[in-house]
Design a protein around this ligand. Structure first.
Ligand code: SF4
Length: 310
């Protein structure tokens, strides 16, 4: 892979297209979809994509800032967003409160709102939020104590490659992740982990190996569920890196190989992100069937790679 200087916050910001127009009165998206649970059942999970202030980190591959505000939302806005979404959504047993950043970033989700938020979700079997490993602290435990069911925090480990992770501009180390996961497990908070299939600065013939190493690291640290995410273009930075030959779009067969190998370990739930797969991998009949097999494997946790009859 060709060498280049590391990306700074300024580089990431300069590459961006404009952000979307959002309203602080409602989540920018909300849906209910099935997910395989820790108990081995498949149950409906509500996901609310809350509208709030942009994450303070500037990860090179991230496009979540597109649906955020530049200012902190007022106290009361997040509980109102939850009410608006839940009044429209079908019933679900579990709920994800994803905020395009870090739930325990006080500039994103006002801590004054934590009691009202917990009150609205406390009876769900599982409440799942996302957070940066370096922003995990006593507030996580305090929020956990407000809930009746399980609490799970999703953290991005992204890549354990020693040269790639520092260059992603996530400002964390693998040890930061391990430390956060260990501290969360000590207070009965479950860990979910996100890993990238094809980060920049990694040759495609290393994607599978490093995704699997990342999964092993996450599971060893106590993560009970992991999702492997193909990096997509669309945030400006990835387009520039692609032009320079420093990043390549994802390949379906590699996502399949990661899924097959990781499920063979039978150590934790492993999901692959097949959102917008048509744009990523193509729309032909065989590709659609292969993507559908991966989506099924997310539910069954059983996967055999596609073997064409020819
Ligand atoms: S920490 Fe998460 S939300 Fe923030 S920039 Fe990085 S990937 Fe995006």
């Amino acid at each position: 892979m060709s060498a280049s200087v590391s990306w700074t916050d300024r580089d990431v910001l300069a590459a961006r297209p404009p952000r979307e127009i959002v309203s602080i009165d409602e989540p920018y998206a909300a849906l209910v979809e099935d997910e395989r649970t820790a108990a081995g059942t498949v149950e409906p999970v509500a996901t609310l994509f809350l509208t709030n202030r942009e994450c303070p980190f500037r990860c090179v591959y991230c496009d979540l800032w597109k649906h955020t505000t530049t200012d902190r939302v007022p106290v009361g806005a997040i509980p109102r967003q939850i009410d608006a979404a839940l009044s429209r959504l079908p019933q679900a047993r579990h709920i994800k409160l994803y905020n395009s950043g870090n739930f325990f970033d006080a500039q994103a989700i006002p801590p004054e709102d934590h009691p009202a938020i917990a009150e609205r979700v406390r009876t769900y079997k599982t409440v799942i939020v996302e957070n940066h490993p370096r922003l995990c602290g006593s507030a996580c435990r305090d929020f956990r104590q407000r809930l009746s069911g399980e609490f799970e925090i999703a953290m991005g480990l992204e890549s354990v490659h020693p040269d790639v992770l520092p260059r992603l501009n996530k400002r964390m180390t693998v040890d930061d992740f391990r430390r956060a996961a260990g501290e969360l497990r000590e207070v009965d908070i479950h860990v979910r982990t996100f890993l990238l299939l094809n980060p920049p600065w990694l040759e495609p013939d290393s994607w599978v190996e490093w995704a699997l190493r990342g999964l092993e690291t996450a599971i060893d640290a106590g993560s009970r569920v992991c999702t492997v995410i193909p990096v997509r273009a669309g945030n400006g930075a990835m387009e520039l890196l692609a032009q320079r030959g420093e990043w390549f779009p994802p390949r379906l067969e590699m996502l399949e190989e990661v899924m097959e190998t990781a499920l063979g370990w039978n150590r934790a739930r492993v999901f692959v992100d097949v959102w917008d797969a048509g744009r990523l991998f193509g729309e032909d009949g065989e590709t659609r069937q292969r993507v559908e097999r991966l989506a099924q494997a997310n539910m069954t946790q059983v996967f055999e790679r596609w073997m064409p009859l020819r």
